[in-house]
Write a protein that binds this ligand. Structure first.
Ligand code: VAH
Length: 318
């Protein structure tokens, strides 16, 4: 029985579907503070849960006989910078709650971390798992705290804490939640709706990225890996790195008339402190992580999902 907290976010929605296919719909309890759409209500158990309500979470864990917690509740990078007090509560106090619950009820717990857990003092080209982490967003600081506290609970209280540092995640049917990498999702909606993409990052800003299907599979494979195979509690995982320039070129194969204007905003300062390329060799060595989608394949999948009428013009020419 797994309890997905923050289920209605970009990752939670998709992961609940994957876990329900593998473990049965009634064995995955989705929860959030927001009202779910009808199709989610009809897809399996959904309960209201506020990550700050420790007593309510205890009740859910006992009543639903939970043995895994998947903790997605968080304010992402850009959103967090606009509401630091709330980010402190949700990202830090919320994390304390779920770690304490994992300890009390002997739960396996997954907490996502991020490329945002690194900062300008970290090596930025091929950032390794173990290096200096001095992030400059409250989001990044809260995720480093989660990594360190989770590792402490593992060694001190034998809590099976697991965490993956994700790159920007690209998804078609789940909207991103206010991060810095979300330009790479927005480009598809703008290209197919208005034909005009306004990019808030400079065209040469390289960031690690991954398609949602690879991301969701990494969580399932990582959580199902025998603990004996894990040498660390937190691993980098990635699939590709690209710049706005490169994804624009790829999308123009489907929407040749795509107009692009660069309107740089505060998220540039965040992106400039993050890794350009991620070294995920430990995940590949220790528990067999591998990605399947690169930039062309991801763009093809996104266009196909959002508007199948657009074919790859270059293939047509060939
Ligand atoms: C963000 N999409 O931009 C999230 C993610 C790696 C980026 O953490 O904040």
């Amino acid at each position: 029985q797994s309890q997905d907290l923050g289920s209605l976010g970009q990752l939670g929605t998709g992961l609940a579907k994957v876990l329900r296919q593998r473990y049965g719909p009634t064995n995955v309890i989705m929860s959030d503070i927001r009202k779910p759409p009808q199709e989610i209500l009809e897809s399996g158990p959904f309960v209201f849960a506020d990550i700050l309500d420790f007593k309510k979470l205890q009740e859910l864990i006992v009543n639903y006989n939970i043995d895994w917690i998947i903790h997605f509740s968080a304010l992402l990078s850009a959103i967090g910078e606009n509401n630091v007090p709330l980010a402190m509560r949700v990202n830090i106090e919320g994390l304390h709650n779920v770690l304490e619950l994992a300890k009390q009820y002997r739960l396996k717990i997954f907490v996502p971390s991020t490329i945002g857990a690194f900062g300008p003092d970290s090596p930025r080209d091929l950032t390794p798992d173990l290096c200096i982490q001095r992030p400059r967003t409250i989001y990044g600081v809260s995720k480093v705290h989660a990594e360190l506290l989770g590792e402490y609970y593992y060694h001190k209280f034998d809590v099976d804490f697991r965490s993956l540092r994700f790159p920007g995640i690209i998804s078609a049917n789940t909207n991103p939640g206010g991060g810095t990498t979300d330009y790479a999702v927005k480009i598809f909606h703008d290209a197919l709706k208005s034909g005009h993409f306004k990019c808030y990052l400079r065209e040469d800003t390289m960031l690690p990225m991954m398609f949602i299907d690879d991301c969701l599979r990494s969580v399932v494979e990582f959580m199902e890996t025998p603990d004996s195979k894990l040498k660390m509690r937190t691993y980098n995982v990635t699939a590709m790195s690209f710049t706005p320039d490169e994804i624009v070129e790829e999308v123009r194969k489907y929407v040749p008339e795509l107009k692009v204007t660069y309107e740089i905003d505060g998220r540039q300062a965040i992106a400039d402190t993050w890794p350009k390329r991620f070294d995920d060799s430990n995940a590949r060595a220790d528990w067999g992580w591998k990605h399947t989608m690169d930039l062309p394949q991801m763009c093809k999948a996104m266009i196909k999902f959002l508007d199948p009428s657009h074919q790859n013009q270059t293939q047509k020419i060939q």
